[in-house]
Design a protein around this ligand. Structure first.
Ligand code: IPM
Ligand code: MN
Length: 364
């Protein structure tokens, strides 16, 4: 089978972690009989420096035609003072919107060996396994009117029935494959848009009697995530609340450097690590490539439809961590801290081992 993947490495540590992820992509794709063509384009600050805009029409068009897009990260202090529409972040928002990838899936799983790397107590986070399903192309990020003047700035948080319905359906379907619980997060005690969100989610829930639905205010959800994260299975929420809660997910799991994401729509797919461009550590060979590599695992599940290949990548990551290897962001007492490149080599080595074992029937 043939597939075309567009990579948009972007800024800061983006290029380092994308290069790592592409190595894994090529290795695993070859084993599973995919002929993958990779096209690389600048995005964000890198695109501003070359073309004067954070996302060119040509890049967008190529992304539209690709089977999937793999993005590193965008942004950095050198582009912070530009107007909103010319900032690196604008590229990411335009891509999400134009590709129609309304469902952002951010799994948060605490690896047993890394429980000590979190700033939270091991007994609180052990066994945590939830997924944030974040609405990605609506809400306050995109609502009109919006504006910025000397004396006031404003944005609009609006959700339409169709937008809430489709993301809610996806969350419920996902819950059916997991522990059958959906926690819908909103601020319905204050916001009309949240009352509306709640009503639509309740409507959708009627089609999924096997799934338990609970509603939670976002402030409480933030607290519950650090007090008792194990209670969550699928967290369904809007664009901005999902942005905030998934960063808390990073704290729970030990590091944002571990969290992958898939953004899915009716046709396009965009894969990106949850972490940002981390300009302070860019080029120092210390970036954690795991989130980007795990995003490739999500690509195998959702784009290539071979969950077995995704499982190999996931297992390779887990084995590598279980052997005590880590990058500085997740260093814990007794761990062996390695560089970005070494971490990639270790994971590739594990992938080879696991694939060999599977072939010879040791693991089925
Ligand atoms: C994320 C990021 C983006 C967002 C920024 C860079 C626009 O924080 O993917 O979580 O807010 O969605
Ligand atoms: Mn974010």
């Amino acid at each position: 089978m043939k597939a075309t993947i567009v990579t948009l490495p972007g800024d800061g540590i983006g290029p380092e972690v994308t290069a790592a992820a592409v190595k894994v992509l090529r290795t695993v794709a070859e084993r599973w009989g995919f002929q993958v063509t990779v096209w690389e384009y600048p995005v964000g600050g890198a695109s501003i420096d070359r073309f004067g805009v954070p996302l060119t029409d040509e890049t967008l068009e190529i992304c539209r035609r690709a089977d999937a897009v793999l993005l590193g990260a965008v942004g950095g202090p050198e582009w912070d003072d530009l107007p909103q529409q010319l900032k690196p972040e604008a590229a990411l928002l335009a891509l999400r919107r134009e590709l129609g990838v309304y469902a952002n899936i951010r799994p948060v799983k605490v690896f047993p060996t890394l429980a000590g790397a979190s700033s939270l107590k091991t007994k609180i986070i052990r066994g945590t396994d939830f997924v944030v399903v974040r609405e990605l192309t609506g809400g306050i990020y995109f609502g009109q009117p919006r504006g910025l003047q000397t004396e006031r700035g404003w944005n609009t948080m609006v959700y339409r029935r169709r937008e809430v319905e489709r993301i809610a359906r996806l969350a419920f379907r996902m819950a059916l494959e997991r522990r059958r619980k959906v926690t819908s997060v909103d601020k319905a005690n204050v916001l009309e848009v949240s009352r509306f969100w709640r009503e639509v989610v309740n409507d959708v829930a009627r089609d999924f009697p096997e799934v338990t639905l609970e509603h939670m205010y976002v402030d409480n959800a933030a607290m519950q995530l650090v007090m008792n994260p194990r209670q969550f299975d699928v967290i369904l929420t809007g664009n901005m609340f999902g942005d905030i809660l998934s960063d808390i997910g990073g704290a729970v799991s030990g590091s944002l450097g571990l969290l992958p994401s898939a953004s899915l729509g009716d046709s396009g797919a965009l894969y990106e690590p949850v972490h940002g461009s981390a300009p302070d550590i860019a080029g120092k060979k210390v970036a954690n490539p795991i989130a980007a590599i795990a995003s490739v695992a999500l690509m195998f599940t959702h784009t290539f439809k071979v969950p077995e290949a995704a499982a190999v990548i996931q297992q390779a990551i887990e084995h590598t961590l279980a052997e005590g290897y880590c990058t500085p962001d997740i260093a814990f007492p007794g761990a062996k801290t390695v560089s970005t490149d070494d971490m990639v080599q270790l994971i590739l080595h594990q992938i080879e081992n696991i694939q060999e074992e599977r072939k010879s029937g040791v693991i089925i």
